[in-house]
Design a protein. Structure first.
Length: 369
């Protein structure tokens, strides 16, 4: 059965179970007690005989779900089932009171326990699924990986069931530390980070590796800050991972722009044999090398993506604060050497304002302004 179909059936089952226990069977029990009030305790047996088949059918469906193959997407309906069964247990105890109905009561309690165990097992398998995810989905532009958004959304949904999960952890036969929701969630985020680190290694360009990690870590931090997960994971987690984002941003800049900025120094431009003299051809070659390097970066990195507008602008600014002063200084110092010669525009292709404008096209994924 397809998951979408089963999910719909489970939703219907929850409604039917509530109606059956709280309304139909409760009314049947009340009517039976009124009609056969002189037959106690036989009237309980009469009621249980009438109700047993209906309850058995309902509980059987729940049992089949609890015993079905575990998968992460089932966790939330399992938690819905658990909450429903848990909330109905007082009604079950009242409606099916008496020795004759003991089998029904025990069946309901048994299902509650199995659903709880399956939910805990499913939660544990989610962490394992994140760890072992080897999806071949290619993120060629360095943007947020689908696994990241999937895990973050999953964790957000988990927070809607915090009280229930904590209740299950207390009841489950697992070590105390491993059953705390905060510890488990922290571990899931750590596993996600490790997986992303592995995925980042497929990039041949080290700068794109750093950009990919920066994007994904930033998405994780921003999502946690804007949700109840911040209380669960703590401010220390947020601060540590914000530093990680900055580390990747710095590593990106060093990897991408380190070589370019070294071209904007005077090293290697001196003419031999004359102190303070500058080799004109060396200056030409240096401007040409800068132009080529910048154009290569422009061609590739305008295709890369930083999806968050604030982060995108911050990275551009970080690049501009290093590149533009270095270029202005180099242009001021050595540009005049070429301006009096033939065709200086062949070498001095860009004004600082041109570079600043072109940096505004970076990380748009080709959607240039």
């Amino acid at each position: 059965m397809q998951w979408e179909v089963l999910e719909t059936k489970i939703g219907s089952w929850i409604q039917y179970l509530r109606i059956a226990v709280k309304l139909l069977l409760a009314s049947e029990r009340k009517l039976c007690d009124q009609v056969f009030y002189r037959l106690d305790p036989d009237r309980t047996a009469v009621f249980c005989e009438v109700a047993a088949e209906s309850m058995a059918t309902l509980l059987s469906f729940g049992d089949s779900v609890a015993k079905s193959k575990k998968s992460p997407e089932k966790l939330f309906v399992l938690l819905d089932m658990y909450e429903t069964l848990r909330d109905l247990m007082p009604d079950v105890d009242v409606t099916f009171a008496g020795e004759a109905c003991a089998t029904i009561r025990e069946a309901a309690k048994g299902l509650l326990k199995r659903v709880a165990e399956t939910a805990l097992g499913t939660f544990a398998e989610f962490e394992e699924a994140v760890d072992k995810d080897v999806s071949k989905h290619s993120v060629t532009d360095g943007t947020v990986h689908p696994l990241t958004s999937y895990v973050i959304n999953y964790v957000k949904y988990l927070l809607d069931y915090q009280a229930t999960l904590k209740e299950l952890f207390r009841e489950g036969d697992v070590e105390k530390q491993a059953t705390q929701l905060a510890v488990a969630t922290t571990r899931i985020m750590g596993v996600l980070q490790q997986n992303l680190d592995g995925k980042s290694k497929v990039y041949k360009n080290p700068a794109l590796t750093q950009l990919f990690m920066m994007n994904n870590m930033h998405y994780m931090v921003r999502s946690v800050k804007r949700s109840e997960a911040r209380e669960l994971l703590g401010d220390d987690w947020v601060q540590r991972h914000r530093r990680t984002v900055q580390q990747h941003a710095t590593a990106y800049q060093r990897s991408s722009w380190g070589k370019v900025t070294t071209l904007l120094t005077g090293q290697g431009l001196q003419a031999g044999g004359q102190e303070g003299a500058v080799n004109r051809q060396a200056v030409k070659d240096r401007f040409k090398a800068f132009n080529t390097s910048f154009e290569e970066l422009y061609a590739s990195q305008t295709q890369w993506v930083i999806p968050d507008p604030e982060l995108r602008e911050a990275v551009r600014l970080q690049v501009a604060e290093v590149l533009l002063p270095a270029y202005r200084s180099f242009l001021k110092r050595y540009g005049s050497i070429l301006e009096g010669g033939k065709n200086p525009g062949k070498y001095i292709k860009y004004a600082p304002e041109d570079l600043e404008r072109m940096l505004g096209d970076f990380f748009e994924g080709g959607n240039r302004r």
